[in-house]
Write a protein that binds this ligand. Structure first.
Ligand code: CAA
Length: 261
């Protein structure tokens, strides 16, 4: 498997075909410094290539999923620096990962932490988790997709209020607005996310990849184009061994053994 040692993250394999990526800068509430993001991108790339991984869980610790971009690292940056190096652009490399990513959020998911969770495909949260886009209180705005993903997930008026005031919102709010898929007691969120990832890892990997691609690309298309794109991917899956196996297993009343090709 894709084992490698990192300074700010930990990568483990808690179940078959599941990778668990744990943000590990507890003293800074997992503030997302450049080095952490670089490690995260390296790890995601390796896991995406790893044939023994079907789905990825991303988590932090009980106190914080992540408290945002590293304010101390950022505070003296100039316009020239951030513009020249297109600061924060590398964060969105996570959205290029083709395997499903489940964010298991406990504690604070603020600023860039909330944005990182929204870049995942599914969010599971502790019922005690706290979300927020507090950037406005620092004299900035969300810079890792918050102004774009939050309104798409929870609606324009709610997102506008949250981003303009910077007020935190609860896991219950996030759940009732549809941003969070499921709520669990804090002690269970990671195991539940791993269990879902394990389930996803068992079905055909090419179909999983196509489903994620259809949903995500569909967000950038009109309905007609999206439905057509879906149909082409659907057609393509008839060329896979997993489609033959899945349907043969149904007809023969046995459990399918997917080989992910
Ligand atoms: N950056 C750098 N360090 C951070 C941090 C951050 N975003 N969040 C917390 N820390 C550090 C604190 O400075 C503190 O370090 P020291 O012990 O060295 O002082 C340590 O983590 C523990 O934090 P607190 O003592 O503040 O813990 P608390 O329990 O009293 O408060 C909190 C928790 C309410 C989350 C508070 O830490 C906080 O408000 N953090 C900042 C949240 C924030 O504004 N995030 C947005 C950042 S901007 C951004 O993310 C831009 C973007 O869109 C990408």
């Amino acid at each position: 498997a894709s084992e490698q040692s990192y300074e700010h993250i930990i990568v483990t394999h808690p179940a078959p075909r599941v990778a668990l990526v744990t943000l590990n800068r507890p003293k800074a509430l997992n503030a997302l410094c450049n080095a952490l993001i670089a490690e995260l991108n390296t790890a995601f790339k390796a896991l995406d290539r790893d044939d023994n991984v079907g789905a990825i869980v991303l988590t932090g610790n009980e106190k914080a999923f992540a408290a945002g971009a590293d304010i101390k690292e950022m505070k003296d940056k100039t316009f020239a620096e951030v513009y020249k190096h297109d600061f924060i652009r590398s964060w969105s490399e996570m959205t290029q990962v083709t395997k499903p990513i489940i964010a298991a959020v406990r504690g604070y998911a603020l600023g860039g932490g909330c944005e990182l969770a929204m870049m995942a495909d599914i969010i599971y949260a502790a019922d005690t988790a706290t979300f927020g886009q507090p950037e406005i209180k620092l004299g900035i705005i969300p810079g890792a997709g918050g102004t774009q993903r939050l309104p798409r997930l929870i609606g324009r008026s709610r997102a506008m209020e949250l981003i303009l005031t910077g007020r935190n919102f609860s896991a219950q709010e996030a759940y009732s607005w549809g941003m969070v898929a499921r709520l669990f007691p804090s002690t269970r969120v990671v195991e539940e996310a791993v269990s879902t990832a394990e389930q996803i890892g068992k079905v055909g990997g090419l179909a999983v990849k196509a489903a994620k691609e259809a949903i995500n690309l569909g967000e950038e298309m009109g309905l007609g184009e999206g439905v057509k794109f879906e149909r082409r991917l659907f057609h393509g899956l008839f060329s896979t061994a997993d489609q033959k196996e899945g349907m043969a297993a149904f007809a023969e009343k046995r459990k399918a053994q997917f080989k992910h090709d």
